[in-house]
Structure formats: structure tokens, C-alpha cells
Ligand binder design. Structure first.
Ligand code: SF4
Length: 204
């Protein structure tokens, strides 16, 4: 979930698409036919019945989730839509092609994926272009990669160097030699095990 705090401009009126929320841990869509408060109750019940913790900011998370799915004039707060060299459609297409290509490629260890994820966190090319969980993109990627996660998935976005969602690439034991312009510290330029970079590159 994105960290922005967004509010519904008309919280007593049903938003386009209805009172709906996708629990990102269970990937279950929860729907209320009544109102926002009823939706929150249903989300709490769902998480309780699955023995999942209830976040302190649950209401804010649900409200922000809905805000990302409706027209911006129905929202209080600014939704950041970054301009990127790749359209969202192109990023989804590049990611789909990548996931199809690596179907028979091994995955790396969870620890190594976590290391890669942390490198991406510090990289300016890790750019937020869409809310990953509001749009089910995280679940889509996990359906391809064996439900693998890192502790920082909610901060991983699209890599602007190759137009692939970072959550999709970080687990693959694949070469990325076709990507030409990568930052010096990028794990993609350092081979599958991160050992190819020179010391000079790693320090820059
Ligand atoms: S360029 Fe490399 S470090 Fe930066 S976001 Fe892309 S994969 Fe991550």
C-alpha cells in the first residue's frame, strides 16, 4: 500500500466500484453493500478469522486503497502519478514477458532477494508509477514467482532502466546483460551473484 494518506471526498456516498478492498495478505476481495464502516468491520473479521494482525492504520489503508481506484476529483489529497519513459501498459507488458521468459529459471535465495530489494530501495530508478496492491499487481507477480516476498515489497516499484516491476525481477537467477544503462550499484549489472562489479563501480 502506498504511504500517502488519501481521503474520500464523499465518505457517505458509495464510490465507483463500491465499497471494496483487497486484503494483500490473503488476496481476498472484501465487499460491503452497506457503507465504509461496514467494510472496515468486514476487513477486521476477515483478518481475525485468518489470525492476521489488525494494522493500527487499517481505516486509512482501506480508504487510501479505494482512493487509488476512483477518479481523482472524488479524492482529498494528491495521488502521485510519476511521468516515466515507459507507460504503465508497457511496464506490465515487459514484466509479463520477463516472467514468461524466466519460468524455467531458478530463483535465488530469500536472503539474496532481500539484499537486492534493499539496493533497489536506495535507487532513484525504483519509481512508483501505480499502486501495486490496489491494482493486484503484487498478487499477479506472486502467482508467477511462487508467492515469494521480501520485507520491503510495498516500497518496490517499476525499474525505469528496463521497465520491469522490481518485485518480479529480484527473485530471478537470471542475467540482465541486455539492459545497457544501469546505475553503478545496481545488482542487475553485477551478474546473478553480485560479484561482477569492480570495486570502483561499487563505491561510486
Ligand atoms: S536500476 Fe537496478 S537498483 Fe535501480 S531499481 Fe532497477 S534493478 Fe533496482
Amino acid at each position: 500500500m502506498k504511504s500517502e494518506k488519501l481521503k474520500l471526498r464523499y465518505k457517505t456516498m458509495e464510490p465507483p466500484g463500491g465499497w471494496t478492498y483487497r486484503d494483500k495478505d490473503t488476496n481476498v476481495w472484501i465487499i460491503s453493500r452497506v457503507n465504509f464502516a461496514d467494510l472496515i468491520d468486514k476487513v477486521r473479521e476477515h483478518r481475525n478469522s485468518n489470525e492476521l494482525a489488525i494494522p493500527d492504520d487499517l481505516e486509512n489503508q482501506v480508504e487510501t486503497f479505494i482512493c487509488y481506484r476512483i477518479p481523482q476529483d472524488l479524492v482529498i489529497g494528491k495521488i502521485e502519478r510519476k511521468v516515466t519513459p515507459h507507460s504503465l501498459h508497457a511496464i506490465q507488458k515487459f514484466t509479463q514477458e520477463f516472467l514468461q521468459t524466466i519460468q524455467n529459471v531458478k530463483v535465488i535465495s530469500p536472503d539474496k532477494a532481500e539484499e537486492r530489494a534493499k539496493i533497489c530501495l536506495a535507487c532513484p530508478l525504483n519509481m512508483s508509477v501505480v499502486c501495486m496492491d490496489c491494482n493486484g499487481l503484487d498478487a499477479w507477480i506472486r502467482s508467477w514467482n511462487g508467492n515469494r516476498k521480501t520485507s520491503v515489497d510495498d516500497k518496490l516499484h517499476a525499474c525505469l532502466a528496463d521497465g520491469i516491476f522490481v518485485q518480479a525481477s529480484i527473485h530471478a537467477d537470471a542475467e540482465f546483460t541486455q539492459v545497457k544503462e544501469l546505475p553503478a550499484k545496481c545488482w542487475k549489472r553485477n551478474g546473478t551473484d553480485g560479484t561482477n562489479a569492480t570495486n570502483e563501480e561499487q563505491e561510486s
